[in-house]
Design a protein around this ligand. Structure first.
Ligand code: AMP
Ligand code: MG
Length: 389
């Protein structure tokens, strides 16, 4: 059996970035910026007034000026301001040629067309210089997942079309004679397909485009049909049928149906019967069927694969560290991802860690990551964990 780190390495070797496409700025939220983009306009594009007041060449207490015109946002004053002249100006208006500062309206007394500066005048010029925010050609660098602040900045830069990484299309195939979809009326011996829905949500969060295919039954023709329907996907994710029982279709039949297997089985808990490889033009990952195993493998393996396909740096799902609020016994020979909750004193692993218990996964905030054969850890020891909330 290979280690989690070795499995990730092999997965990254299989996962190729998918290239980019152009979308409108309104559709760019949550997408990965695929190339640097440059401002086509400076901001502000002109020296602008930061306040309501009067634009003048200079100001000192008691000076008087003749008001010769007005400048408002979107309505520049066309002329020039000379000594002894003032232009009534409002926030956001271009500062007229010749003016060197704005005296705020609170600091002048106006009488008809004449203003007099009161006995105190602020040092601040109240002018926002052209390019003070950014200049033409300033760059937003490729790489980040674009959020609201990036979108606002790019809009200000007059970038209406954005090159983003293509979303990986992921075909999701549940396998099992016992499975029905949520909302159906299950018979007494049937189970609701839950992993598929959870993984669909996870994939959407990751910026992929998941496609839910019909459940494949535990026989060759049904699995073949499902795999054919997955054609065109960048990644095929199967769920279940991954162990070595008679009815485990993926493990038994996927290689026969054309899967080139890169690895099978990883030394981890939960999630041992994980497999990966290629199927036709797609990458393929076979997840174990137990609900928690499938979701944990989603966090530990599928998420880094999707990020790599989006052109983000290849690396494991980021881990944090926190103290243990309760001691842990010695770990076994496999890397263990323990469901835990975060308390004010640190992490507490749940007593029940069976890989079928979705309620415990849902109550958990974290997966404590324990190395193979990790010694018993006392209360207060620092451990690594993956946040899952
Ligand atoms: P398998 O790997 O197919 O043997 O499945 C292991 C366990 O996970 C069995 O109890 C299955 O019923 C269950 N299981 C498999 N696939 C799913 C799924 N998509 N949703 C929920 N449970 C599943
Ligand atoms: Mg099964």
């Amino acid at each position: 059996m290979i280690t989690v780190a070795q499995a990730l390495e092999q997965l990254f070797a299989l996962a190729t970035p998918l290239g980019s496409e152009t979308v409108s700025l309104l559709d760019a939220h949550g997408r990965v910026l695929a190339e640097d983009v440059a401002a086509t306009r400076a901001q502000p594009p002109f020296d602008g007034s930061a306040m309501d007041g009067y634009a003048v060449t200079q100001a000192a207490p008691g000076m008087t000026f003749r008001v010769i015109g007005e400048a408002a946002a979107g309505h520049a004053f066309k002329g020039c301001v000379a000594d002894g002249e003032a232009v009534r100006i409002f926030t956001g208006a271009p500062v007229p040629t010749g003016a060197k500062r704005v005296v705020i309206q609170e600091d002048v007394i106006r009488d008809g067309n004449v203003i007099t500066v009161s006995d105190k005048v602020e040092a601040n010029t109240h002018i926002r210089p052209a390019g003070g925010d950014f200049a033409v050609g300033d760059i937003v660098s490729a790489g980040p997942v674009l959020g609201p602040n990036d979108i606002a900045l790019m809009a200000s830069m007059n970038i209406a079309e954005v090159p983003v990484a293509k979303r990986p299309v992921v075909a999701l195939i549940s396998t099992g004679d016992e499975l029905v979809m949520p909302g159906e009326s299950p018979k007494a011996d049937q189970i609701i397909a839950s992993n598929t829905m959870g993984l669909h949500a996870l994939l959407r969060d990751l910026g992929a485009e998941p496609r839910l295919l019909p459940i494949a039954r535990d026989n060759e023709p049904s699995l073949r049909t499902a795999l054919e329907m997955a054609s065109g996907a960048d990644l095929i994710v199967t769920i279940g049928g991954a162990s070595v029982g008679d009815h485990d279709v993926v493990a038994n039949l996927a290689p026969k149906l054309g899967m080139e297997q890169a690895f099978y089985k990883v030394a981890m808990r939960p999630g041992k019967p994980l497999m990966a490889g290629r199927f036709g033009n797609a990458m393929m990952i076979g997840l174990p069927g137990n609900p928690v195993s499938a979701m944990v493998c989603g966090h530990v393996f599928v998420a880094p694969v999707i990020r790599a396909m989006l052109g983000l740096p290849a690396g494991p799902t980021p881990q944090k560290t926190a103290p243990l609020a309760e001691a842990l016994t010695q770990n076994g020979p496999r890397e263990h991802y323990m469901r835990a909750r975060m308390t004010a004193d640190g992490l507490v692993a749940f007593g029940a860690q069976d890989s079928s218990l979705l309620s415990i996964l849902n109550a958990a905030d974290a997966l404590i990551v324990r190395a193979p054969h990790d010694a018993a850890q006392p209360k207060g020891a620092t451990v690594s964990y993956i946040p899952i909330r």
